[in-house]
Design a protein around this ligand. Structure first.
Ligand code: GLY
Ligand code: MN
Ligand code: MN
Length: 421
């Protein structure tokens, strides 16, 4: 409200329910911006912030608690519940929104909403504006300025409060437990989806769910960046790349570990793994106040390139490899993204064409990798190896804090973890 100004109104629509097939709906997940400002996790909510409004500045339109619906779907907060439990000043039945919203808008100069993100909601805003009744007390009855609220919310979400950090830590700890469980369950001859079952068990038994569809790729499947079929047979001698996070209290973790299916790295696997691990440590070392968004990526690319040269998987000088991006045939993605309520969280990466500076309370992933697919132009013994190591890292004034540090990461930690099962 401070950002918007006194004579404004902020309107934010929540997520609807979506049909999956037949009469069956997808599991409900509130929109992250809406949840961030409301804490409300039911469909059909509309949040209104009205600075100075006499009945209360924090208003929620929501479904009225309906005894008949409660018989089928269980408890709902309803208008009384959201005032009692979520701290809204006032709540109205969502069915009254067309009649009440023009009155809330009347006399305000500025409307802030997520312009252009939902055509139907845009039309409703326009309809409410047209329905404002002239009133001699309103200087300018119809607001004359429309502004997007998205950027202001996303800028707030970029800096995590201590409560948010606690949720992210819980989420990272749970993901780490799930990774340990999968490492310990893994045996050559299993299917990738059997490891997925171990992961889902660990999350479900802790009231959590995946923060994105997990990637469980053995052998060459580990080189497919967005592999989600997870239906391959895990063979003796394969590496298994698992990118799997948890969602805890709406906050995401995003963790990748790579380990040998049979519990012991081969010499080539070890050599390549050490390169990726060193690149990840060098990148994490850049997660410091005053560094810029791209510094971890630059550090990772340099270490990966030198490693590829040392292993004779690339030829030339380090400068050539960097200049001509020769590393890109084995490392084709960036080194991370913001993390929070969304796994690819909101927040600017560049401002005025400059990479943003890392500041306290930001959280990001660091996830370098090397992918030597079956068609790579290298000796056969290297083919079919995909390695990524991904951690969730908090920027603090004392340096990087790795939130996902409970997941085994060094070769020794991984081999000991797999042996100890
Ligand atoms: N799991 C998605 C990512 O690493 O970006
Ligand atoms: Mn990631
Ligand atoms: Mn990931």
């Amino acid at each position: 409200m401070k950002t918007a100004g006194a004579n404004s109104i902020i309107i934010l629509g929540g997520r609807a329910e979506y049909l999956r097939n037949g009469d069956i709906y997808y599991g409900y997940r509130q929109d992250s911006d809406f949840y961030y400002l409301s804490g409300f996790n039911e469909p059909d909510g509309v949040l209104v912030l009205c600075p100075g409004y006499e009945a209360g500045e924090h208003i929620l339109f929501c479904r009225q608690a309906d005894p008949k619906k409660i018989i089928w779907d269980g408890p709902m907060l309803g208008t009384e519940g959201v005032v009692r439990s979520l701290g809204f000043d006032v709540a109205y039945n969502i069915k009254e929104i067309d009649q009440r919203m023009p009155k809330l808008m009347a006399g305000r100069e500025k409307i802030l909403f997520k312009i252009g993100e939902d055509d139907v909601f845009d039309q409703r805003i326009s309809h409410w504006m047209k329905s404002i009744e002239p009133n001699k007390w309103h200087k300018s009855p119809v607001p004359n300025e429309l502004m997007s609220i998205s950027h202001a919310i996303h800028d707030m979400r970029l800096y995590k409060s201590s409560d948010e950090i606690k949720c992210l830590k819980k989420s990272a700890n749970l993901a780490a437990k799930a990774h340990v469980r999968m490492m310990q369950a893994c045996r050559p001859g299993m299917y990738e989806y059997e490891l997925q079952a171990e992961y889902i068990y660990q999350l479900t038994a802790n009231q959590s769910c995946p923060s994105y569809p997990p990637i469980i790729g053995s052998g060459n499947n580990g080189c497919i960046l967005h592999y989600i079929n997870n239906d391959g047979l895990i063979q003796d001698g394969d590496l298994v790349l698992i990118d799997a996070g948890a969602e805890v209290d709406f906050y995401a973790s995003d963790v990748t570990r790579t380990f040998p299916a049979n519990g012991q790295f081969s010499v080539r696997q070890r050599d390549l793994y050490e390169v990726v691990l060193q690149a990840q440590l060098d990148a994490i070392d850049q997660v410091k106040l005053g560094k810029h968004w791209n510094d971890p990526h630059t550090a990772a690319v340099k270490t990966l390139s030198q490693g590829l040269l040392d292993l004779k998987l690339l030829k030339g000088s380090l400068d050539e490899v960097l200049e001509d991006k020769l590393y890109a045939q084995f490392y084709m993605h960036m080194t991370g993204h913001w993390l929070g309520l969304d796994v690819h969280d909101c927040g600017d990466y560049k401002v005025d064409d400059l990479w943003v500076e890392l500041e306290e309370h930001m959280v990001l992933t660091i996830e370098p990798g090397l992918y030597i697919g079956e068609h790579a132009n290298v000796p056969d013994g290297w083919k079919g190896m995909g390695i990524r190591i991904e951690d969730d890292v908090q920027v603090t004034k004392n340096g990087p804090v790795v939130l996902s540090d409970k997941a085994p990461k060094t070769i020794k930690e991984i081999e000991e973890c797999m042996l100890g099962c």
